[in-house]
Design a protein around this ligand. Structure first.
Ligand SMILES: [Zn+2]
Length: 464
């Protein structure tokens, strides 16, 4: 019998499908044609039915769905470690906002995006959801690198690096959505920053525009106790219930954080089919609190994991988020049974796809899905010996164990070598930006010192 021709076969390995039955195929194989999975099964069976010009040998390795980072601000990789161990307000007003005001332009965004893409691909992330400025440039860099993304242009009620007014930002967002809609890899979205930084009228305008364009919406919600207290005072209810009341939440919305939510909020999020981006490490580092994720999972909410921006994490490593999510909720509830290893991997794959409303395209290894596939080493010292594949992937495996990454059937990293990005150039450009950013912060600090204590201005060179 003649074998059917496909583009690529991944042959051998433990296939962890993350499908609804949690199927795991030992010594399996995956056949890929025109960017989609056309067959998945035992290695011998796939070999007898399909022939491909290219085969990737995955024997002895795990083959898993590509990881989905449901919340980040990718260009902020250039602010990695700019200021740590500070209270949120001080961190934002003394470091992040001044650094953004002085540095964020299109070139910054492109360099930071390339740096973030390289880091994410190296760590087995195949889809990410972003919220930042100059999102058009982010989309161009992402499409060129071959990564999948939901990209939200930020709109906010104060002058931003790319648009000085809300109206201008909304106009930019509309053109951005129209330009990228229908792209194979990019899903353009609108990203109002948060209910405390965007007015009720403006949130309603965003909702109307998103509905008219049929575009997803991304927003930060209920991140801190202060936000909940402020909204309570201004609107008389919780952020989730306020957003529901004004008709803002629906099944094309992804809400990041949702740290401080009550049982009624969770029921409402479920009813309205809102996707959840849980960011355990960012919430820990900024001391925001602990999201009630076990309750969300019990309510069958679409919960995914996210790293948040690199300035508040400080990396884009989804393996750490899985490990942290599983452990954080155990210690928070004194119950080691909550957020199992399998649930953590589910949130990083199938759950993430649902949170971004992309579950028909990605998140599991199943026939018909996009071929977003990661091959992971299993034989390193810290992975030896091995009993259970889920425990192994979540509690022992590191981002550096990722070997090969495929998005939409295209190989973006092969045997740890990036094929679509120039790592040396990215490092060089990021270091140039580091010098510029550090200088701008020193200049801002000098200005502040002058204003506060004019008699003590030093003319000597600062070394920060
Ligand atoms: Zn964020």
């Amino acid at each position: 019998m003649a074998r059917e021709r496909v583009d690529l076969v991944i042959s051998g390995g433990i296939i962890v499908t993350m499908d609804a039955r949690a199927s795991v195929i030992d010594d399996g194989a995956v056949a890929i044609r025109r960017g989609r999975i056309v067959a998945i099964g035992r290695r011998s069976e796939i070999a007898s039915r399909y022939v491909a010009p290219r085969t990737i040998d995955a024997r002895g390795r795990a083959v898993i769905p590509g990881l989905i980072n449901t919340h980040t601000h990718v260009p902020m990789t250039l602010f990695r470690g700019i200021a740590d161990d500070l209270e949120l307000n001080e961190w934002l007003t003394k470091y992040i906002f001044p650094a953004e005001a002085k540095n964020v332009d299109q070139s910054f965004v492109r360099v930071g995006t390339r740096l973030g893409l390289a880091e994410m691909i190296r760590g087995g992330t195949t889809t990410y959801c972003d919220m930042y400025y100059f999102e058009d440039a982010i989309a161009e860099e992402t499409a060129r690198a071959g990564m999948r993304a939901v990209l939200g242009e930020t709109v906010i009620d104060f002058p931003a690096p790319d648009n000085k007014t809300f109206a201008a930002a909304l106009g930019y967002a509309e053109r951005f959505v129209q330009r990228w809609q229908g792209h194979r890899l990019i899903v353009p979205a609108i990203a109002p920053h948060a209910p405390y930084t965007v007015s009720e009228d403006h949130l309603k305008e965003v909702r109307a525009l998103a509905d008219r364009l049929n575009a997803p919406v991304i927003i930060h919600v209920a991140e801190t106790r202060k936000e909940v207290a402020d909204i309570m005072q201004q609107k008389g209810t919780t952020p989730v219930q306020y957003l529901a009341r004004i008709g803002f939440l629906n099944g094309r919305t992804t809400a990041a954080h949702l740290v401080h939510v009550n049982d009624d909020d969770i029921a409402l999020l479920k009813k309205l089919d809102v996707g959840v981006a849980h960011n355990p490490q960012s919430n820990m580092k900024l001391a925001s609190g602990i999201a009630p994720v076990p309750k969300m999972l019990a309510a069958e909410l679409a919960v995914g994991l996210g790293t948040d921006g690199a300035a508040s994490n400080n990396d884009l490593n989804m393996w750490e988020e899985m490990d942290t999510a599983a452990k954080l909720h155990k210690v928070a509830t004194f119950d080691p049974r909550v957020v199992s290893a399998r649930q953590a991997l589910w949130m990083a794959t199938a759950g993430g796809a649902r949170a971004l409303h992309l579950e028909r395209e990605t998140g599991t290894l199943e026939v018909g899905k996009r071929a977003d596939i990661v091959i992971v080493d299993l034989d390193r010292l810290h992975q030896t010996p091995r009993y259970d594949i889920y425990s192994h992937l979540v509690y022992a495996t590191k981002a550096s164990d990722v070997r090969t990454v495929i998005v939409d059937g295209r190989v973006l990293m092969r045997d740890r070598r990036l094929l679509t990005l120039d790592e040396a150039a990215i490092r060089r450009e990021a270091r140039q930006w580091q010098r510029r950013i550090a200088q701008s912060l020193r200049a801002a600090a000098r200005k502040e010192t002058r204003e506060l204590r004019p008699e003590r201005v030093s003319t000597g060179r600062s070394t920060g």
